[in-house]
Design a protein around this ligand. Sequence first.
Ligand SMILES: [Zn+2]
Length: 156
Amino acid sequence: MPHKKQDDIYREAYQRLCAYIETHQLRHTAERMTILSAVCTLQRFSVDDLRYALTGITISRATVYNTLSIMEEAGIVHRLEKDFGKRATQYEIVFLRHSSVKIICQKCGRISEVKDSTIQRMLDDKNFTNFVQDRYSLYIYGHCKVCRRKQITKIN
Ligand SMILES: [Zn+2]
């Protein structure tokens, strides 16, 4: 699935933010629009990355957090599940998300992305009657190795 162009991302994000601001009767501030523009450039980032991108522009930390939460509610960005080893919470533009196959452990909640060309090709090539797919998210639920081992130990 090809990545969306920068302009398209900004246009879609801008429309969503404006719609949200209008519906919730918030103020259409220059700060929010500056943050939106930085978010669209970064696409996937931590709050520190975003603050770094805004270096030289006077925007308070509170405004950054506040705008991010507005963007989350407006369906522009979402917080990613904390990955092991990653120090800061990552945000990502929602509608940028590529098609993915993920496995989720029902016990510990760990999520891993699966790179399986057989499944991916099958879904990419799938034709539906009266429906054109843009992307997909497939979640496979089960139990990870660690949790399975714990369970077996408990039984014995
Ligand atoms: Zn587990």
